[in-house]
Design a protein around this ligand. Sequence first.
Ligand SMILES: [Zn+2]
Length: 118
Amino acid sequence: MISRRDAAQRLDIPLEMAQRHGIPGWISEEDIAALAQDPPAWLAQSRANRSGGRPVWVQLTCDICGHTESARPKKWWPEFTFLSCSDHNIWDLPEPAAGLARQEFDEIGGFFIGVVDS
Ligand SMILES: [Zn+2]
């Protein structure tokens, strides 16, 4: 069984949508596979609306320790050069390449700091 949150990620839909359309709190792998294979109208619609758009979920991975978290991307997020857990020392990341300036973004997902070298 996987949780509703995992199911939403698997189907690439917002958690609220999974809830609204009656995905139970826990759902079997087979049921998720069946939904993905033969999507009901609301799911097919959601996928069609999003084709070519931004993913609903992204996988964030710490470049220092490899910790991962799936999160709902925010519109304002830039392309991050690096991601780091907020409890690491940011200087543990590789230095920015010569001539690039480093910018840090707090509160990426629940746990991360994003770094952009540009
Ligand atoms: Zn980390």
